[in-house]
Design a protein around this ligand. Structure first.
Ligand code: NDP
Length: 325
């Protein structure tokens, strides 16, 4: 069996992606062979490609896709040939038309959800889930700050938070994205060219500050995020769109009135089969209830993934992005 897939033999800019033909062996053990129908693009893919998150080379790329099971190894018991499935994690390599993957990572897609919607929302929706239920468990009446509020994770996070009775202040870079952030439930929107984001957040919260900041931007926004928090507030630093934040002294948390700082990673919240299925169910249920509304802002043919990387890194994308094999 042959696969068409992107491979990396070195890290760097989008041009290091190489389109290759690979030989696949039949699935053994608990592996399954999945023929992809839609692949979710995530900003993390660019961190792996650039070397910001070190990977062993040569490597495939991509952490998320939906598709149909074409064959299974003898040890597979949780899924069967013909099932429509989606996955997040399980090793890099989703930028492919077909691939082998450990079956424990596969989740059957409910009938009412399309493959494309599953690929657009699965990883990002489960991220929103753990951020809102684990990293800082929100309460109705809280006010929180969400960066990249019109992006893939951000727009789902805002919709979900609003559903839980939370007031969301979104941060985005353009007026068009501000409109999208409002559609995703942001009550207030701050533009990134605002000279003092923390001061604006204080103004919007009558001087109090927010209960939590969900910061996916990293280096450029870290200090403004700490400065936006109320006493005992929680700084959730979950991404590095602008680079990895500089180290800080614990004293910085103390002098801002006993803040908490956490740096969570999705895969630590879905490492067991039980956790994965709970997270998936939470996401699928809210998709079915139309609380999480899928916004696929961009579709690219898989072979055009290089352009997709250029666009997400240049902040030109909105909502989710899917690659179609
Ligand atoms: P997005 O669709 O949100 O795209 C990234 C957005 O970040 C851009 O649209 C842009 O929004 C904003 N941004 C700000 N500064 C930059 C910059 N210098 N370069 C690029 N983008 C910038 O991507 P995803 O939904 O895929 O991911 C969102 C974030 O969530 C990422 O930081 C990712 O690493 C993180 N993440 C973390 C996980 C975890 O478990 N820790 C899991 C999944 C995602 P704007 O123009 O409005 O500022």
């Amino acid at each position: 069996m042959q696969a068409r897939a992107f491979q990396l033999s070195r890290t760097g800019g989008p041009d290091v992606l190489e389109w290759r033909t690979l030989e696949l062996s039949p699935p053994h053990g608990s592996d399954a062979l999945v023929r992809h129908t839609a692949i979710g693009l995530n900003l993390i893919d660019t961190y792996h490609r650039s070397g910001l998150y070190p990977i062993a080379l040569p490597s495939g790329l991509g952490s998320e896709a939906a598709g149909v099971i074409a064959a299974v190894g003898p040890g597979v018991s949780t899924v069967k040939v013909g099932d429509r499935v989606v996955y997040a994690g399980g090793g890099l390599g989703s930028y492919a038309d077909v691939r082998l993957i450990p079956s424990e990572r596969l989740v059957v897609i409910p009938d009412e959800i399309s493959d494309e919607h599953a690929a657009a929302v699965f990883l990002k929706g489960m991220t929103a889930w753990y951020l809102l239920y684990h990293s800082y468990p929100v309460k109705a009446g809280d006010v929180v700050l969400v960066y990249a509020a019109a992006g893939g994770v951000g727009s789902l996070l805002c919709q979900w938070a609003q559903h839980l009775g939370v007031t969301v202040i979104g941060v985005v870079s353009t007026e068009r994205k501000a409109d999208l952030a409002r559609e995703s439930g942001c009550e207030h929107v701050v533009l990134t060219d605002e000279p003092d984001i923390a001061a604006r957040v204080r103004e919007l919260t009558n001087g109090k500050g927010v209960a939590a900041v969900y910061d996916s931007i990293g280096r450029d926004t870290f200090t403004a995020s700490l400065d936006s928090l109320q006493p005992h507030g929680v700084m959730v630093s979950y991404g590095n769109a602008s680079g990895i934040p500089d180290p800080i002294s614990p004293m910085e948390l103390g002098r801002r009135h006993s803040l908490y700082l956490t740096r969570p990673v999705l895969f630590d919240f879905i490492s067991t089969r039980g956790e994965l299925l709970s997270a998936a169910k939470a996401v699928f249920d809210l998709m079915a209830a139309d609380v999480l509304r899928v916004h696929i802002g961009q579709r690219y043919e898989l072979e055009n993934a290089v352009q997709a990387h250029r666009d997400i890194e240049a902040r030109r994308t909105v909502g989710s992005t899917v690659l179609i094999p």
